[in-house]
Ligand binder design. Structure first.
Ligand SMILES: Nc1nc2c(c(=O)[nH]1)N[C@H]1C(S)=C(S)[C@@H](COP(=O)(O)O)O[C@H]1N2
Ligand SMILES: [Mo]
Length: 218
């Protein structure tokens, strides 16, 4: 792609978001008091902002695949019917975005990451997970965080198909971490023995990203 080609707006957006992250880093810590539902420095919103790199892949369910690979006993490729045949969960959780907004009581439908782990059987040496989106986005987290009981691969929101803008047909929802860890348009899940920073983690975001400890930037 040339510098004037179609990737130009995406580069600009990434540059703007990175600069913005630098700025926030300087003021991090000056945030208001937390309460039981609101981590430090967060404001509750009722709308649901769309945040990504500006590429929102359109994936036909007939072509959709999700692979799970790496340090596991049983690598797996799912088609849509496999996802739907797996045990389904319905779970309500809060979104905390590193940009400072939180959205409470989101209702998700999908498959628990713990169920996936039972199928693929991570080796005892597997300590990290990297998620890859159909848009090329990546994010990393520990196996422990990926397998928390409230984490799921979500295809539904409020009982309807998850909208494409928000990562449909399938995204991760990992409520214990800032929302950048919840990869949209999930395509590959890779278990690793060693950590490997994802897209934002390589650009200064915190490797763990716990909103309750305000781990925004490294
Ligand atoms: N595939 C993919 N997943 C992604 C992103 C992205 O650019 N691509 N952005 C992350 C960021 S920075 C945020 S804040 C949330 C936003 O999700 P939302 O648009 O549903 O609010 O998605 C995360 N997951
Ligand atoms: Mo974000």
């Amino acid at each position: 792609m040339t510098r004037d080609g179609p990737d130009r707006p995406r580069e600009k957006l990434i540059a703007a978001k990175t600069a913005w992250a630098e700025e926030r880093r300087a003021i991090a810590g000056r945030s208001g008091p937390a309460d039981a539902r609101r981590p430090p420095g967060q404001d509750i919103v009722s709308d649901w902002p769309v945040l990504d790199l500006g590429v929102r892949p359109l994936i036909d369910l007939r072509d959709w695949r999700m692979t799970v690979a790496g340090a596991i006993e049983r690598p797996l490729t799912w088609r849509w019917a496999d996802l739907m045949a797996a045990p389904q969960v319905d779970s309500v959780s809060d979104i905390h975005c590193v940009t400072g907004w939180s959205r409470l009581d989101n209702s998700w439908q999908g498959v628990a990451t713990r169920h996936l782990a039972r199928l693929v059987r991570p080796r005892s040496t597997a300590k990290h997970v990297v998620l890859h989106g159909y848009d090329g986005y990546t994010t990393n987290m520990t196996v422990e965080d990926f397998l928390r009981p409230d984490a799921l691969l979500a295809h539904g929101w409020n009982g309807a198909p998850l909208p494409r803008d928000h990562g449909g047909p399938l995204r991760l929802v990992a409520p214990s971490r800032y929302f950048w860890k919840s990869a949209k348009w999930v395509r590959h899940v890779v278990f690793l023995e060693k950590d490997s920073p994802g897209f934002w983690e390589a650009r200064g975001y915190h490797p763990t990203g716990d909103p309750w400890r305000e781990q925004r930037y490294r």
